[in-house]
Design a protein around this ligand. Sequence first.
Ligand SMILES: Nc1ncnc2c1ncn2[C@@H]1O[C@H](COP(=O)(O)OP(=O)(O)O)[C@@H](O)[C@H]1O
Ligand SMILES: [Mg+2]
Length: 341
Amino acid sequence: MVEIAESWSDLVIDHLNIGLLMIDREGRICLFNRALSRMTGLKKNEILGRSLRSPNILLQTIISGREFQDLSPGAVLPVMGSYNGATSTHIIRNKSDVTVGAIAVFIPAGRQQELEDAVIKAEKLAILGQMAAEMVHEIRNPLTVIDGFMKLLQQNLKGTPKEEYITLILAELKHVNRLISDFLQFSKPGYSKRTQCSITQIITEVAMLVENEASLRKLDIDLDIAKNVPDIFGDSDQLKQVFLNIFKNAFEALSCGGKIFLETSWNMQEELVQVIIRDTGMGMDEQTMTSMFDPFFTTKESGTGLGMFIIKKIIDNHDGRIEIQSKQAKGTIVTVFLPAI
Ligand SMILES: Nc1ncnc2c1ncn2[C@@H]1O[C@H](COP(=O)(O)OP(=O)(O)O)[C@@H](O)[C@H]1O
Ligand SMILES: [Mg+2]
């Protein structure tokens, strides 16, 4: 067991793109990975067991108990004098917190820049997303005021030719409000709260939420919930949004009546939790099949085209997958796959 663990960790260490050099308490080199071999031109077997010449910053790390950042690689290995990169030193302690050695990490310049750029980009995107969500939220208040006064004006203009303008403005306001609601559903993708959750519970809650609308629309929902489906690790609120959006689309596809079937199961072959939602609605044409996940793509007069886009983003964030099969005038089958915990 120990042997396997050691050989696996050796493999990993040798495949890293950063250089690693470790010394024991006596200053003898006990680890020298392949990346460092490439950086220095030195061979591992010539180096292992040799001692670093004092004074050396890695030895100093052990003696002083202090770790160093942003060093030039030559400060630890003089042969790396002009190497373009950054080095840091770290103390290695065993389980009893006793210092057993120190390690130097060598990061090539380009790689470090790449990592820094990626972090900056991710931070910028998160800030932008948050700002957009706050701004969209703020837009709602003036819209409510406009909507209120427009309704007052509508009363005053009743029966006049100008009433039509107000009707148009109110319809547009309604559309903007729908866009805002859909956008806010998924405005904080980076802030998902993942916990262990049960798909049975998520589906049961969603079914309760849509029950009323289904009976108003005189639509039947047939649930087939499997027992013993493993739990998933996810954001239950976001996953509820996924299934609510799928139900909403199914309702809208069933304007002339019909049925919705929902089935949960454990897909043993793929080792994934599977939820199938089938409707007997209008189905989709080819153009809709290829564009349905695009933001703002809609075939409905009052649609926002954000539902499927949001569904896909949430499922992708959960390392899951969504599949759609559809036939015009026959219906649509949406299958969601999610990894078990
Ligand atoms: N169950 C379904 N049956 C038929 N068409 C569907 C179904 N689900 C999605 N669609 C199609 O995908 C499009 C995009 O869906 P969505 O992103 O939820 O936006 P919206 O519902 O606001 O139109 C819909 O306009 C519709 O044409
Ligand atoms: Mg929709």
